[in-house]
Design a protein around this ligand. Sequence first.
Ligand SMILES: NC(=O)c1ccc[n+]([C@@H]2O[C@H](COP(=O)([O-])OP(=O)(O)OC[C@H]3O[C@@H](n4cnc5c(N)ncnc54)[C@H](O)[C@@H]3O)[C@@H](O)[C@H]2O)c1
Length: 335
Amino acid sequence: MSILITGGAGYIGSHTSVELLNAGYDIVIVDNFSNSKPEVLNRIKELTGKGFKFYEVDVLDKDALSQVFSENHIEAVIHFAGLKSVGESVAMPINYYYNNITGNLILAEVMAKHNVKKIVFSSSATVYGMNNISPLTEDLPLSTTNPYGSTKLMGEQIFQDIYVSDNEWSIALLRYFNPIGAHESGRIGEDPKGIPNNIMPYITQVAVGKREKLNVFGDDYDTHDGTGVRDYIHVVDLAKGHLKAVEKIMGTKGVKIYNLGTGIGYSVLDLVKNFEEATGVKVPYVITKRRPGDIAACFSDPTKALKELNWKTEKTLKDMCKDSWKWQSNNPKGY
Ligand SMILES: NC(=O)c1ccc[n+]([C@@H]2O[C@H](COP(=O)([O-])OP(=O)(O)OC[C@H]3O[C@@H](n4cnc5c(N)ncnc54)[C@H](O)[C@@H]3O)[C@@H](O)[C@H]2O)c1
């Protein structure tokens, strides 16, 4: 019995693969390397001392995906494969809807055909939109402000509707807050192509000298220092949340929705300060104007995940900074 991990060569998928292998699961990874590199697979093997099957398959390729299910005894799927940049999604909505939405549909169709009805889906805190006040609980009204967010909201809806049509499904929708950090070994981490969209790779690239300075988008928000507040979560804590979610869907049916966050909001300047303290490296920054679509504060209420999954984060903001830096400084050019 194996867990199929779509997008397992990516940032969160690779860390989750390591945790699953270390916990004794057999895994099969599918990835098309649209946003990752094959070297990550060697690193996963190196870190765990375990082998696994890998298929260079696009989730949109129904026949190839179906072949993966025919060749393996898949018990459940963790579905990370998707495009994830908000800005890019505004510029290329067709690509985003096509890849993320069609990917969900094809995967669900192939799963149903092979009678595999357990799935963990990567959703995002972006589904809480602009109008809710943090801390955010799972039952709040949802909305989105960009095509990427819409693909996540629609993805949640698709899986909920699938359950309504067939109560044999067991589905976990995980709303991630802001994953940063890397495996403490420094062997795997986030390896963005081109200019990073997320703040931590940007900070580490400034720190390593690859970029001149960090742009801080706005210092006039209603927060303790005026800069935006987010719920940063260590990627290894996040990966461990997937283990708990897999255990949950193995034993129950229905749709479960969980926030995966720390419950603590830190500002951009808190992050810079913690990074400098944790690493001893200065991060020059400049305050620029607000970025359209950004909100002042977004952080989770993670109580439900604690109660129902017995999961909570363990790592501190300093751990996140230290591990991100170890990854970046040991791998200045990524994989
Ligand atoms: N990183 C974040 O800040 C964040 C936050 C919330 C939600 N998420 C979601 O979590 C998931 C994983 O995110 P990540 O940060 O690891 O991203 P990532 O880009 O590092 O990983 C995604 C992986 O999926 C692969 N992929 C994309 N489309 C594919 C397709 N059609 N077929 C096969 N493989 C495909 C990519 O090559 C990549 O390896 C995504 O669905 C993302 O939207 C990420």
